[in-house]
Design a protein. Structure first.
Length: 302
């Protein structure tokens, strides 16, 4: 971080930046402005590391206990990327309040956005509590980047979600990927990160339910609902490719190596080659209807 000088020295100063960020992106209104944000830690299954070279040893409570600098760097990177996506999603969806189809949907997106902000808050608390000066700098930068200025770390989070069909599709499928990531982090050998996941996983389940319910209603109400969903899925896979295509990159290999103490699970490639599987498994269409929507998926884009 050459040339980057931290403006914040305490978490209270970071909270001031967080409040300013909400106002700057235009979402500091209603229940969001009055909500009391907090850092929440839950229980973990065991105090022992469950995977990798250090299986059976006590989980690490601070950075000094983590054996190698490479692992400490990977942990920092993982927390930064997780937090960056949380704040980015709020920026992507910032205009949807004005076009909410119903009061129920407006309340739902308010809750989703509050919980995404709290997830970002949680990651920044970890950074500031455990990573010293570097953590303060990264927590500050997380509130300085803007999705609508193409500055977020993952390209999929720099694209506006400017209509409700996209929002429902995004929360049903991209947040499903998010839940998978949080489930992995729950097993982290770094105990404070693992303890952060229980509340985040509960909140993420609501986001997925919001998307699935919205898609069901749209399909039931509109004759073009399934075709709009099909179009949204193709666009979603184009955006979301970043989550899957670089599995063999050096950084991810570090995070899923035995020494990282996180369980590694393969991506179901059949879903990427045939999105109709998603419609069927999520109860959004019958097998016949889903296959009608994707008659020649292998030829798409040729």
């Amino acid at each position: 971080m050459p040339g980057k000088v931290a403006k914040i020295g305490t978490f209270s100063e970071w909270v001031g930046m967080f409040n300013d960020w909400r106002k700057e992106i235009g979402v500091d209104h209603g229940e969001i402005s009055s909500f009391h944000f907090d850092t929440l830690y839950g229980a973990i299954e065991t105090e022992e590391i469950q995977f990798g070279h250090f299986k059976g040893r006590r989980k690490w409570e601070n950075l000094r206990q983590i054996p190698t600098q490479q692992m400490r760097d990977a942990l920092l990177n993982m927390i930064v990327y997780q937090g960056d996506t949380e704040f980015a999603s709020c920026e992507q969806q910032r205009h949807l309040f004005e076009t909410a189809p119903t009061d129920y949907d407006r309340k739902a997106i308010t809750r989703v956005m509050i919980e995404e902000m709290r997830h970002g808050w949680q990651m920044c608390a970890l950074l500031m509590d455990h990573f010293g000066y570097s953590g303060k700098v990264e927590a500050q930068k997380m509130l300085e980047r803007r999705a609508f200025e193409n500055q977020r770390l993952l390209g999929a989070f720099n694209v506006d979600v400017d209509n409700w069909m996209d929002f429902f599709t995004y929360t049903d499928f991209v947040d499903r990927d998010g839940k998978f990531q949080l489930q992995m982090l729950k097993y982290s050998g770094f105990a404070p990160l693992g303890r952060s996941m229980s509340y985040m996983l509960r909140e993420e389940a609501f986001h997925m339910g919001t998307g699935n319910d919205g898609l069901r209603r749209r399909i039931q109400q509109c004759s073009d609902g399934l075709f709009a969903l099909a179009q949204g899925l193709f666009e979603l896979f184009a955006r979301g490719d970043v989550f899957c295509k670089d599995q063999d990159s050096g950084g991810l290999m570090i995070l899923t190596s035995p020494g990282s103490n996180l369980p590694s699970q393969p991506v179901d490639s059949s879903i990427l080659s045939d999105p109709s599987i998603l419609l069927r498994t999520h109860g959004l269409a019958s097998e016949t209807t889903a296959m009608d929507l994707f008659p020649a998926i292998g030829d798409f884009g040729k």
